[in-house]
Ligand binder design. Structure first.
Ligand code: 2P0
Length: 321
């Protein structure tokens, strides 16, 4: 029995669209910050004879959700040369499927726990590749702090790696406007965007360029540039979704108001940058020293949102077993 813990990550340079849906190879690379809030803890017990059984927060999963878990277990079995079934028990502390990256933490924890439970000698790069099979963004949650997912062109070359950060400590303010389940999964929304949005090719092309610019800004510890690119990446990703047929619109009036509030904060001298994922909640990147000012400023402008302050968090790790 092995238990692992992992945290969600928020992409500063977004992943949106696949070039291979089976291997989960992305259309372009991405770059993220692993957070220190909302961990997922997952236990894998090998050697059960009633098949693979998966439960999340005490509820047994079926269909697509347990299928994705089995994909990861199958990959670990293939690599370890073992065939036994497993029981997987996972506890989330983040509202599931509300655009708060619960699947990234979940599949990073699963890959880490399953590799250990099956006795697979896996380094972080291999864990990243295994986690990717469950959910693309999960390959980044293997690592602490900033991580870059290299798109690659096959299973072996598509993995995340940690980036060194020598700038002031970072913070991410999660502005929660809704914790409801999203109406379209990011997997389906991504596919629809890639298949029907005339803006998708431009999104992919510009993402690759933006990733290189952001990687350079990270190497130079240029926080302002990272922030500007973070907003560009988020807005371009959502623009690509607006062009889909039918359109994918995760941003609500409250989300847009939060983006405006962040512009207002900047005009008042507090350096903060907004981003949003497959849901209405907005995340605001700032320096850790400014986190209190950002929360106070946003609360004054948008009192109805709940604010959670996150910092750079640790990568996935075994906690027991
Ligand atoms: C990201 N998102 O880079 C982007 C930004 C949401 C918006 O990765 O199909 O759950 O499992 O690979 O990783 C969410 O998509 O999708 C996501 P799959 P995933 O964080």
């Amino acid at each position: 029995m092995s238990t692992a813990i992992a945290h969600p990550n928020i992409a500063l340079a977004k992943y949106w669209g696949k070039r291979d849906a089976t291997l989960i190879l992305p259309a372009a690379g991405s770059l993220s910050l692993t957070l220190d809030v909302f961990p997922t803890t997952t236990t894998v017990t090998v050697g059960e004879d009633d098949g693979d059984v998966v439960s999340l927060d005490g509820v047994q999963l079926s269909g697509d959700e347990s299928g994705r878990v089995r994909t990861v277990l199958d990959r670990v079995r293939e690599l370890s040369g073992r065939r036994e079934h497993a029981h997987v028990t996972s506890v989330n502390t983040v509202p599931t499927a509300a655009g708060l990256a619960s699947s990234a933490a979940a599949f990073a924890a699963l890959a880490t726990a399953a590799a250990d439970a099956y006795g697979l000698e896996a380094d972080d790069r291999m864990l990243s590749r295994i986690a990717r099979r469950g959910s693309g963004s999960a390959c980044r949650s293997i690592f602490a702090g900033l991580a870059r997912w290299n798109a690659g062109d096959d299973d072996e070359s598509s993995y995340a790696e940690p980036l060194r950060w020598s700038g002031a400590p970072l913070a991410m303010i999660v502005a929660v406007v809704s914790s409801g389940r999203k109406s379209v999964s990011s997997r389906d929304a991504m596919r629809r965007t890639a298949e029907s949005s005339p803006y998708f090719p431009a999104w992919v092309e510009s993402s690759s360029a933006l990733l290189e610019q952001m990687s350079a800004a990270v190497a130079e510890a240029d926080f302002t540039r990272i922030g500007q690119l973070t907003e560009q990446s988020a807005l371009r990703m959502h623009a690509s979704m607006f062009g889909a047929v039918p359109p994918v619109r995760y941003l609500t009036a409250a989300s847009i108001a939060l983006f405006d509030a962040v512009v207002t904060l900047r005009a008042s001298g507090v350096e903060a940058y907004a981003t949003a994922d497959a849901g209405p909640n907005v995340k605001v990147l700032c320096r850790a020293d400014d986190a209190r000012n950002v929360v106070d400023g946003l609360t004054a402008l948008m009192p109805n949102a709940d604010y959670v302050v996150a910092h750079a968090g640790s990568g996935s790790r075994i906690v027991d077993g």
